[in-house]
Design a protein around this ligand. Structure first.
Ligand SMILES: C[S@@+](CC[C@H](N)C(=O)[O-])C[C@H]1O[C@@H](n2cnc3c(N)ncnc32)[C@H](O)[C@@H]1O
Length: 373
């Protein structure tokens, strides 16, 4: 910083990763603004072990090769988590669940197990309101992706290459006043981001190759890509809010919350997995910097292309000194995480609230790939 520059404002967010069972998570009622999570997927074999551990009814049904009974018993355990989410959320808070349906042969019967539909029932029974959801198109590279009788009718099955992001709200729309209103305005997203993010079909989110330090954790991680929780956090919470991931895994939600200037708490029942969270979060300075730079660079490119087409960009964001399409974007300010420290058994992150471009211009492909290593 040179002598003519003024000291930038900063803020601090706090992040905790707790060892424990999501079904019994003791978060105070109303203490969370947003839940973003991806549970173990019922009827997907890699999660049979954890579900067996949660309930003897699951173990009995699997041993008896009774698919429908196992499916229902597994969801009854997840229902307890949706009830915890409903209690922990503040009025107007959101629950976003990434889930895939399962296809499986059990007891000689090949069938679809519609996890997304069953979670809908569970979350609604917990008192949450279902809102329009997102279909995440997630192409598979599996060599055996075509299932069934090949080129001969009528015994082949449709290839499943999508998952869901289910969205629920606790009660009515949240009201913002005073300081919360200012934070909400600072948390605006760009008009062109709104158009992409609030589409009911998400394509082109990269999957996450599993490059984790701990082999056991790697085998069981099923991490979602950084962009998934980051988007949801920007869409459904404001800076300074608290995000909870009851099934924290490798801590992708923690990283995304910290990159977006939100507080976070995560619960995870595997100690091995919890060990990975520190390593995930250590990427924050780079990931935070690149997400800010990418969003600013993409907006500048969008403005240039729109103006070149002779379309208006009527408003002005005086902080970044660039045009924006709507008045709602004129106070938008991206917090830039610059320092990560361990504090009180968790982490503290210092964010610069500085509209000066973090520098470095448009991040290149190699740098962007660090967002989803
Ligand atoms: C689909 S993974 C979540 C991956 C995570 N989104 C990420 O990006 O790494 C589900 C996680 O839930 C954890 N888990 C399973 N049962 C649990 C329970 N009852 N309470 C808390 N965590 C649990 C698993 O160990 C696993 O890490």
């Amino acid at each position: 910083m040179n002598a003519t520059q003024t000291e930038a404002e900063t803020c601090t967010t706090r992040h905790r990763a707790l060892l424990g069972d999501a079904r019994d998570a003791a978060l105070p009622d109303g203490s969370v603004d947003l839940v973003v999570t991806s549970p173990p997927y019922p009827m997907v074999e890699m999660w049979d072990g954890p579900f067996r551990g949660m309930s003897p009814a699951v173990a009995r049904a699997l041993d008896a090769e009774d698919g429908p009974a196992a499916f229902e018993a597994m969801h009854q355990e997840l229902d307890r988590v949706w009830q915890r989410c409903a209690a922990a959320l503040r009025p107007g808070g959101f629950l976003c669940v990434n889930i895939g349906d399962a296809v499986r042969t059990i007891g000689g019967q090949f069938a679809l197990y519609p996890n997304h539909a069953r979670i809908h029932s569970g979350a609604r029974a917990a008192g949450l309101t279902a809102l329009p959801d997102v279909l995440w198109r997630k192409p598979t590279n599996a060599p055996n992706k075509f299932m069934g009788s090949g080129m001969l009718p009528a015994g082949a099955y449709v290839t499943y290459e999508h998952e869901y992001i289910l969205i629920f709200r606790k009660g009515d729309k949240r009201a913002f006043s005073g300081k919360a209103r200012a934070l909400r305005q600072r948390s605006a997203y760009f008009w062109e981001e709104r158009n992409r993010w609030f589409s009911d079909l998400w394509e082109g989110l990269p999957g996450t190759p599993q490059r984790l330090p701990h082999a056991a954790a790697r085998a069981r991680s099923a991490a979602f890509p950084f962009a998934l929780p980051y988007r949801l956090i920007c869409m459904y919470s404001a800076q300074g809010d608290t995000v909870w991931d009851p099934f924290l895994g490798t801590g992708t939600t923690t990283l995304a919350a910290a990159a977006a200037g939100r507080h976070s708490v995560g619960t995870e029942h595997s100690a091995a997995m919890l060990e990975v969270v520190g390593a995930t979060l250590s990427r924050l300075p780079q990931v935070g910097l690149y997400s800010v730079r990418r969003r600013l660079a993409e907006h500048r490119r969008f403005v240039a292309e729109r103006l070149a087409l002779g379309k208006p960009v009527k408003h002005h964001n005086p902080l970044y000194r660039f045009p924006v399409v709507t008045r709602q974007e004129t106070r938008l300010l991206l917090p830039w995480p610059v320092e990560l420290t361990e504090a009180d058994g968790g982490w503290a992150v210092t964010h610069l609230l500085d509209p000066r471009d973090p520098g470095g211009g448009d991040p290149d492909e190699r740098q962007l790939s660090l967002l989803d290593p």
